[in-house]
Write a protein that binds this ligand. Structure first.
Ligand SMILES: Cc1cc2nc3c(=O)[nH]c(=O)nc-3n(C[C@H](O)[C@H](O)[C@H](O)COP(=O)(O)O)c2cc1C
Length: 316
């Protein structure tokens, strides 16, 4: 049984959705510790793997404690998929995801991401190329629709129904909505009733109440958290507590400081000083809304080492 099916038997699956520039190894580690069942990498280029880009190979590194970890691929050339998949398998990932949802200009300008749905035959070829190249569970991630509803996720699901796809993460917004606006629960529910695999709902989940509402209204097997975890990776545990007991707690400042220190150590181990500089945005998110947050922000945007982070935390 693959890990998706195992997890779906235990109750709602809590997933860290892929986020470029955010879901690096350290962030994934923190989220797993805070209750995520599955974590996704940042999107990784099929072409870059095919051409053995050093920078992209670095993105294949992860810690055992992150498992199960899914690597997300993006691209539009089926003929390059087999080699990319071989590299991903060797790196030890637990699953492979294909991106059919990214609206970023640098991706869609090359015909990738969400605009792939304009050519459903190509979508099918890509999914088939991945499924035929691997024994790992394959998943896909997409949005509810594009081109003012002319093409929908239901067309996509129908097109790939002959492929052994284990899971589908659905961002409940259209291409046109980009990253704001209402989540379409109706289409999400239809996908749950149509797709023959695990369905993970995604979009706009910032509180345990948001997660419960999505699950109750659509019947999805789990939820994918993205921006909702900015500075609050404990949202995973809060969601689990809320679903199981109807209540949840907030971590106190001591606990938060420990999580932040662990995050800083993990990112330093993985990327060195460059990682600490990338961490600055997370540090600001962790303490957003705290008394004195503006003063702290001024300090956080200057940290260059784990000791710098510790010193700012001590001064609080
Ligand atoms: C900074 C950022 C980077 C993202 N990168 C990816 C990505 O690499 N692959 C992907 O499929 N989606 C990506 N997404 C989309 C998220 O996974 C998610 O679908 C979207 O943010 C909606 O969820 P939210 O409203 O909870 O943030 C990204 C989103 C953000 C904000």
């Amino acid at each position: 049984m693959n890990f998706w099916n195992k997890l779906s038997k235990k109750g709602p699956i809590l997933v860290l959705a892929p986020m470029a520039g955010i879901t690096d190894s350290a962030n994934r580690l923190v989220c797993r510790k805070q209750g995520a069942d599955v974590v996704y990498t940042e999107m990784t280029s099929i072409d870059a793997l095919f051409y053995s880009s050093k920078k992209t190979f670095k993105m294949l590194e992860f810690q055992k404690k992150e498992k199960p970890v899914v690597l997300q691929l993006f691209g539009k050339r089926p003929e390059k998929v087999a080699k990319a998949v071989e590299i991903v398998e060797k790196a030890g990932f637990d699953g492979i995801d294909l991106n059919f949802g990214c609206p970023a200009k640098k991706v869609v300008n090359h015909g990738g991401g969400i605009t792939l749905l304009r050519d459903l035959n190509l979508c099918h070829e890509l999914v088939q190329a991945v499924c035929e190249s691997t024994k790992l569970p394959v998943s896909v991630k997409t949005r509810v629709a594009l081109d003012k509803g002319k093409i929908t996720v239901l067309d996509f699901v129908d097109k790939i129904k002959d492929q052994p796809v284990s899971a589908l993460m659905l961002h409940g917004r259209t291409y046109e909505q980009m990253f704001t606006g209402e989540i379409n629960y109706n289409v999400m529910k239809e996908v749950k009733n149509t797709f023959n695999g695990v369905v993970i709902g995604n979009g706009g989940i910032n509180t345990p109440e948001d997660a419960k509402k999505m699950i109750d209204e659509t019947g999805v097997d789990g939820v994918g958290l993205a921006r909702g975890i900015y500075g609050k990776p404990w949202l995973f545990q809060q969601i689990r507590d809320f679903i199981q007991n109807g209540t949840y707690d907030y971590p106190d400042i001591k606990v938060i400081k420990k999580i932040v220190q662990d995050h800083a150590k993990a990112v330093y181990m993985d990327k060195g000083q460059h990682g600490v500089i990338e961490l600055r945005k997370h540090l600001c998110w962790y303490f957003k809304g705290f008394p004195g947050a503006n003063e702290m922000r001024k300090k956080f945007v200057q940290v260059e080492s784990v000791d710098d982070v510790k010193n700012v935390l001590k001064s609080m």
